[in-house]
Design a protein around this ligand. Structure first.
Ligand code: NAP
Length: 245
């Protein structure tokens, strides 16, 4: 992967940040796309000084088509190509169905699902020309087992699986593979906010007896991004400690 360029959305912290660092360790030029400009630039500068690769930090709200267009334009301007896209940016706005506001449904679907659609649409234009690409979408275990209070989130993550399989079929002939990683319960800011009782219940559901780390997830992402993984497409890798199998 050395010398390739990867765009990772929502990469200033959490799973995205670890993934960006793991790519950088392998000599990949990374573009940190995040909704917060300062966070994106800070992460890009830190990764550049830690691993000595060229980086770019760009403010991009993945649900905004203009931001997404600018993200890809700036990336191509600096690196002239893009081999890897990780659609990682995601949010939760939990509520039981009866109490869920339209805004909670819309914001989750727009960022988690429409964001991946917008970024993938830009990415395939560039990847198609080069007849090479790796698109990796970050789904979730809840897309497969459901979760009370997360009808918006689980629907968005299940939508990502269908998007993954469809794009895999549409772009296979262009040398672009499209896969998904479905994490279980991973220790990040997103899960930090959950009540202790919920965390205890979750832990009981995990045969391996621990929550996942961001490295557990980035490891699967890196594997799918490798040139050697070119015969794998339309698949979902579950990283959940056995919580769902
Ligand atoms: P996180 O720590 O909350 O990080 C999410 C990142 O996305 C943050 O940097 C955030 O920026 C950014 N972001 C939010 N809205 C955005 C937008 N509209 N455009 C661009 N960036 C945006 O989350 P995480 O736990 O690392 O999760 C990463 C992905 O894995 C998500 O898709 C999540 O659904 C999925 N996942 C996580 C778990 C888990 O247990 N943690 C499990 C399954 C799936 P700010 O910091 O500025 O808000």
């Amino acid at each position: 992967m050395k010398g390739q360029t990867a765009i990772i959305t929502g990469a200033s912290r959490g799973i995205g940040r670890t993934t960006a660092e793991e790519f950088a360790k392998r000599g990949v030029q990374v573009v940190i796309a995040d909704i917060d400009k300062e966070n994106a630039e800070k992460a890009a500068n830190e990764i550049k000084s830690l691993y000595g690769v060229e980086t770019l930090g760009i403010k991009a709200d993945v649900s905004n088509p203009e931001d997404v267009k600018a993200l890809f334009e700036e990336t191509v301007k600096k690196f002239s190509k893009i081999e890897i896209l990780v659609n990682n940016a995601g949010i939760t706005r939990d509520n039981l169905l009866i109490r869920m506001k339209d805004e909670e449904w819309d914001s989750v679907l727009n960022i988690n699902l429409k964001g991946a659609f917008l970024c993938s649409r830009e990415a395939v234009k560039i990847m198609s020309k080069n007849r090479y690409g790796r698109i990796i979408n970050i789904s979730s275990v809840v897309a497969f087992i459901g979760n009370p209070g997360q009808v918006n989130y689980s629907a968005s993550k299940a939508g990502l699986v269908a998007l993954t399989k469809t794009l895999a079929k549409e772009y296979a002939s262009r040398g672009i593979t499209v896969n998904a990683v479905a994490p279980g319960f991973i220790q990040t800011a997103m899960t930090e906010q959950l009540p202790e009782k919920v965390k205890e219940e979750m832990l009981r559901m995990i045969p391996l007896g621990r929550f996942g780390t961001t490295y557990d997830v980035s490891n699967a992402i890196i594997f799918l991004a490798l040139p050697e993984s070119g015969y794998i497409t339309g698949q979902v890798i579950h990283v959940n400690g056995g919580m769902y199998m």
